[in-house]
Design a protein around this ligand. Sequence first.
Ligand SMILES: C[S@@+](CC[C@H](N)C(=O)[O-])C[C@H]1O[C@@H](n2cnc3c(N)ncnc32)[C@H](O)[C@@H]1O
Length: 296
Amino acid sequence: MKRAAQFHRRSKHHGNYEFDKLCKANERLRPFVIRNDHGTESINFSDAEAVKQLNAALLCHFYELKYWDIPEGYLCPPIPGRAEYIHQIADLIEEDVNHKDKVTCLDIGVGANCIYPIIAASQYKWKCIGSDIDEVAVKNAEEIVYANEKLKNRVEIRHQVNSDNIFAGIIKKNERIDVTICNPPFYKSQAEALAATARKNKNLHKGKVESTAKNFGGTEGELFCEGGESKFISKMIKQSEKYGKNCGWFTCLVSREDHMKKFHKVFKSVNTREYKVIPMTFGNKKSRILAWRFAQ
Ligand SMILES: C[S@@+](CC[C@H](N)C(=O)[O-])C[C@H]1O[C@@H](n2cnc3c(N)ncnc32)[C@H](O)[C@@H]1O
């Protein structure tokens, strides 16, 4: 199956999906492999179970997991796109971190899928901490960690008990973290999330809307929060100031470019040493990483 995406040079996802190898890594993918209109092997990306089994296969094949699963309805992340964020972060910290074998990364909102710590710990051998407010997500992420020997000593999951807090209650006194990452809840409301899903499905079905079923899943807490990503990230920037000496870089994905104006204003209200925007493009999807740090 041909995918029109430009990936980072260290990405494991260049080229086409090799379904033979993927099915060997996860036999449960096999029943979902179909021939598409061009006669090449693919899956039906509108089928949540097919997408989940493809993900499990990718994680077992490329990141050597033994087990990966998510509870029904939880976000089933597109793996190649998620890996891009980690590669960009590896580039970002390259100049500053002289202990490459001992990088510590904090993932705010690790989710049930635990995707960023899996990729970062497997490919870069980083030590990862994943936080989340959702108890089901925390439990599932812990199950993934404990079921995979190679993650056990590298990934720690911490429950954020206060949803107003981003770093407080998670970063310990005198704890040193090289970089924080975050894929925040994007939408302001359920209506906004459903409208976006309908648009995505319309594209998948070549203009014909079949349903608003979320093929990549996502619970309410994963998809939206009060004020959407704009408020969440503004809060994160403000709260990061207190942890400026604990962390090297703070970073966050930003889906909407028009939110950047607001973040520039927020940066003026906190004493950052510098901030930058790292663009990410793959296929027709444009995204960006916002990165900032304080004087040490
Ligand atoms: C878009 S999901 C990201 C899940 C996963 N990292 C991924 O990329 O697929 C956002 C996550 O942030 C979590 N979250 C929301 N507020 C939070 C907070 N204050 N601290 C930690 N996690 C939070 C949600 O529960 C959800 O799991």
